[in-house]
Design a protein around this ligand. Structure first.
Ligand code: BGC
Length: 357
């Protein structure tokens, strides 16, 4: 009880301090009064453009609309930085801590520390295995993988095909689920043969290119389809296919509906991407965070199994959208990607052909 009062006092003085420093540096927003502050730690800037180009602005929008204070930071692919940011946020008195972890161990350590201080945590996009998050907000990630599988199958048809998998980081539970979903679809197609499958550490695009080049050499170029887990990994494979004069003949998948991925689709070098309307994810997160701030029960639409922690985490899971040339327009219509960004130069004609106005 006493601890609670002390914490409250610390909270309010921290809130005043942060409000002051915020107006000075302007890296934050929301209103100064309200039920408390939400801290968000995003993972990195390179594994996907989504974190800085989509998640940050959409989260800002959602928090502003909800009228809550927030602080969004990026760990820049360093678990040490992740830890430091978390410590700073806890000291500055955040009441809810939202994490997209780099790996489950470091994220779980932060969650336990937060819990000891009475701060609730929410897993955003990636589930922290063995963690103690109160909620999880994401897309149905097995379904994301199934969309990848279905997309590749649509591009390959039912002919015999040698397939390789470029999976995401082995430390990211989502990467496991994406691969699982893709296998759910592709393993059933008896004319396909998996000739290689490898995880790309840290989702590093450079390493993905090296890994794919090795696969290409080992298979003597006899690769007919590439199940790449996101647009960055897909683009790495495409760069090697280009070097070998085969880009466009070998379908490559992707995820995140990044401008680069979408342009590759318009070029015909990438077969599809998975569009995840991150605005919905950010809105769902803001709703839960606000309920938690107010001490209310948040609304969820399911649970997610944490096999390591042996528990079911209350979750909001959204639906991903498999996207190829036939429905690429939707991404622009939704305002996810701006036409001015996508349809530059030579892409203007290709955009028009795809019905993007
Ligand atoms: C996200 C993907 C993203 C990848 C790399 C995953 O956890 O769900 O959208 O492409 O991480 O950042």
């Amino acid at each position: 009880m006493r601890k609670g009062i002390l914490r409250l006092a610390a909270l309010s003085s921290a809130a005043v301090l942060t409000t002051l420093s915020l107006s000075a540096c302007g890296d934050d927003g929301g209103e100064s009064q309200g039920p408390g502050k939400i801290g968000v730690i995003l993972p990195d800037t390179k594994s996907s453009v989504r974190w800085e180009n989509f998640d940050r602005p959409f989260l800002e929008q959602s928090f502003k609309a909800a009228g809550v204070e927030y602080d969004i930071q990026n760990a820049e692919n360093s678990t040490q930085r992740f830890q430091t940011i978390a410590d700073q946020m806890l000291t500055s008195g955040v009441s809810v801590l939202v994490l997209t972890g780099l790996d489950s161990n470091s994220a779980a350590a932060v969650q336990r520390k937060a819990q000891q201080q009475g701060v609730k945590t929410i897993d955003y996009d990636r589930l922290t295995l063995g963690g103690v998050a109160d909620y999880y907000v994401s897309f149905d990630n097995v379904k994301v993988g199934e969309e990848l599988g279905k997309g590749l199958q649509k591009c390959l048809g039912d002919e015999d095909a040698n397939i390789v998998y470029l999976n995401g980081a082995p430390t990211d539970n989502n990467a496991t689920l994406f691969s699982q979903g893709a296998h759910n679809i592709l393993d059933k197609v008896t004319s396909y043969k998996k000739v290689a499958e490898q995880a790309v550490p840290e989702w590093d695009n450079q390493r993905a290119a090296t890994i794919f080049e090795q696969m290409w050499t080992q298979q003597n170029g006899e690769i007919d389809g590439v199940l790449a887990a996101n647009d960055g990994l897909g683009n790495a494979a495409i760069s090697i296919l280009k070097k070998n004069g085969r880009a466009g003949d070998v379908p490559v998948t992707g995820q995140d509906a990044s401008v680069q991925g979408l342009q590759n689709i318009l070029d015909g070098t990438q077969c599809m991407t998975v569009y995840k309307p991150v605005k919905q994810e950010a809105d769902a997160l803001a709703k839960i965070a606000v309920a938690v701030l107010k001490g209310q029960q948040a609304q969820t639409n399911g649970t997610t199994n944490d096999p390591q922690g042996k528990r079911q985490v209350p979750s909001v899971l959204l639906t991903p959208i498999g996207t190829d040339k036939s429905n690429i327009k939707r991404v622009v219509d939704d305002g996810f990607v701006k036409k001015e960004e996508l349809c530059t130069g030579a892409y203007a004609a290709k955009c028009a052909e795809a019905g993007i106005q």
